[in-house]
Ligand binder design. Structure first.
Ligand code: LLP
Length: 415
């Protein structure tokens, strides 16, 4: 579903005008569509169908409590990477036994808390982590459910910063060391082997590398079965990419059908950890044009959102559509660079866009529901944006804009 459409020349989120939201909540603000999030989740949920398994939403993509609560109620599990994300999921009503814990640097206290609440699985990323988790679980007198994240050495063909399945990346256990690692884990009484997982990268628009990784994991499953180590689930990591511009995407149903075919009659359940594809196209960043600045070389539109609000263009040269909230501008279209107020030349949201705007106009930065707010910061002492969720004709502020008091909370002067 495309939740963001023009009605009488004004962009709406579901049935609510973005103009109305901006007037009430001010800008910059992130606006999410509840139904779009649910539709995207259901694409995975229904593609899995009756097959045993769980869709574990990757919390890092958008960790707003309202988003997590919505997905928990829809039957999602959660993929977390920190103690903070664990507490968020619990605070949002997520079930501990549907949580899997990924990440290369889990601390002892994060492990303790996850064991205390009884999460479904730890996705272990190194031999050293096997030892540490075994120790922590033994101290607590419990058994930790584990999966080993293997690095299948597959080129995901995505941006190098978000490619994670090559042997030079920091993630996972090299597939050539995996058998030894499983043997080691099996000898430790405080660990229970449950699965094999991998995650080769994000914003993948072709399933070929995902299926290549799947093949390698299945080959490892067979290898382990032959030495008496049984595995219950296969976890293929993050989801497929989204349309930012003109990407063509594989269907989730076809992808999962291929995976199920490859699993065949092996008694394996299936987990996935999609993030971006559930929330990415379900959110926009609404911002206002503060100044228009024309120079002999460039036309700059200085907007009130900056790289602290949305860092993907600065960090990955990411591109997404920038659209006027109202199509009725009397200005004529010019070539604009959309830049923020931060003191860095890398502070841009989009460059070289032909769009009719004037001072005071609202614009919508599309496809910013994933890795948008969650990657925002307070750089230049800027409060983080408000977040709004639209549900049909209603909208709700699901995170207040930060105040100055929030910004200096915990700071102290010298005595
Ligand atoms: N599972 C693991 C272990 C991950 O590391 C990630 C993403 C996911 C699942 C979710 O992947 P997705 O379905 O969203 O592709 N900040 C970057 C993306 C970083 C992704 C990191 N890991 C961006 O804005 O493009």
């Amino acid at each position: 579903m495309n939740a963001f459409t023009y009605r009488n020349g004004t962009m709406h989120a579901e049935n609510v005008s973005l103009q109305t939201i901006a007037q009430q909540v001010s800008t910059p603000c992130y606006v999410y569509s509840k139904h779009s999030i649910l539709d995207c989740f259901n694409d995975y949920h229904s593609a899995l169908g009756d097959y045993p398994g769980l869709i574990c939403y990757a919390v890092k993509a958008n960790s707003n409590l309202a988003v997590l609560n919505l997905l928990a109620k829809a039957g999602a599990g959660f993929d977390i990477v920190s103690g903070g994300e664990l507490e968020r999921v619990l605070a949002a009503g997520g079930q501990a036994d549907r949580i899997i814990f990924s990440g290369v640097g889990k601390t002892r206290s994060e492990m303790q808390r996850a064991l205390e609440v009884g999460i479904a699985c730890f996705n272990i990323e190194s031999i050293a982590e096997i030892d540490r988790l075994a120790e922590v679980a033994a101290e607590m007198g419990v058994v930790a459910p584990i999966s080993l994240r293997v690095n299948p050495d597959v080129d995901a063909k995505t941006h190098p910063y978000i490619s994670t399945g090559l042997k030079e990346n920091k993630f996972g256990i090299d597939i050539t060391q995996a058998e030894d690692a499983y043997r080691k884990a099996q000898r430790l009484d405080s660990l229970a082997i449950k699965g094999i997982d991998c995650h080769i990268g994000s914003q993948l628009t072709d399933v070929t590398p995902l299926l290549a990784a799947c093949d390698r994991l299945i080959a490892l499953y067979d290898q382990l079965r032959d030495i008496g180590i049984s595995i219950e689930h296969l976890d293929l990591g993050g989801g497929i990419g989204i349309i930012y511009n003109d990407e063509s995407l594989p269907s989730i149903a076809d992808y999962l059908a291929e995976v199920k075919k490859r699993i065949g009659d092996r008694p394996l359940s299936l987990m996935l950890e999609p993030g971006r594809s559930i929330v990415g196209n379900a959110g926009v960043l609404v911002t206002q044009v503060e100044y228009l600045k024309q120079t002999p070389n460039k036309n700059f539109a200085v907007i009130d959102a900056a790289m602290n609000d949305y860092i993907r263009p600065a960090l990955y040269s990411a591109w997404q559509h920038i659209k006027p909230v109202s199509q009725q501008s009397s200005a004529k279209a010019l070539h604009w660079d959309f830049v923020g107020p931060i003191c860095e030349s890398g502070d841009f949201i989009g460059r070289d866009r032909d769009i009719a705007i004037q001072e005071g106009d609202l614009i919508a930065v599309m496809s910013t529901g994933a890795y948008g707010f969650t990657m925002s910061s307070n750089y230049n002492t800027r409060p983080r944006a408000a977040e709004v969720m639209v549900d049909g004709d209603q909208y709700y502020i699901v995170r207040q804009r930060e105040s100055f008091a929030d910004l200096i909370k915990g700071e102290a002067l010298l005595p």
